[in-house]
Design a protein around this ligand. Sequence first.
Ligand code: 13P
Length: 261
Amino acid sequence: MVNRRPLIAGNWKMNFDHLRAVAFVQKIAWTLKDAKFSPTEVEVSFFPPFTDIRSVQTLIESDSLGFAFGAQDVSPFDEGAHTGDISAGFLKKLNCRYVIVGHSERRQDHSENDELVAAKTKAAVKHGLVPVICVGETSDDLEKFGASAVPVGQLRSVLAGLAAGSEIVVAYEPVWAIGSGQAATPAQAQDVCAALRAVIAEEISSESAEATRILYGGSVKSGNIASFMREKDVDGALVGGASLDAEEFAKIVQFPRHVIA
Ligand code: 13P
């Protein structure tokens, strides 16, 4: 049985300029230090807007804060005439560990389909980034097909053709739960995360399925994180709104103190 280190990831979306980003990361660091909480127990990662990444990198590295960081999107291309896009190679040069691909807001706002998400995933892996592959059903999908059919299909098409041994993270984010205050139940999150783990076993390998962290996202707060983390196939959370409040996010990160086995 592989021991999967929990990952709590804060997706800031289009919030915080680089000055606020630095103040925010400092505040989280002080809060966790005061609480004597070490980021070795739980991996903590920030996903700032592109314009903040260099500042966040400099702070985390110069103060050895032990946090990871990544970007919210990436181009499928290495370089060239793609105005406005950012390549995986550029992100790697900034020491990003992760990059989010296929977030439902990009699927909706920018018409990203599974084919493009697969290409972005491959570009990330090629440049040594760990893609955080987001999948999830809309409320219509939930009504028509149940909870797992759409996320399972999305993940299958992204993983097809991915080299064995590539490190990935998967985030199950039901679209109806994002920003709505209405999180999935822990049992539903568990069912879908287990189905996603089975897809990894089929498309890559059983070792990869065992090792891969699968996160739940959608209205995660300090009050519900422990109930998700008790589920055996939920290895962390991708947090949106609550990751913008330093005290709230610090409480979420400290979930092991509240999980009663
Ligand atoms: P909320 O936590 O605001 O529901 O957002 C979840 C999300 O989309 C994280 O990527």
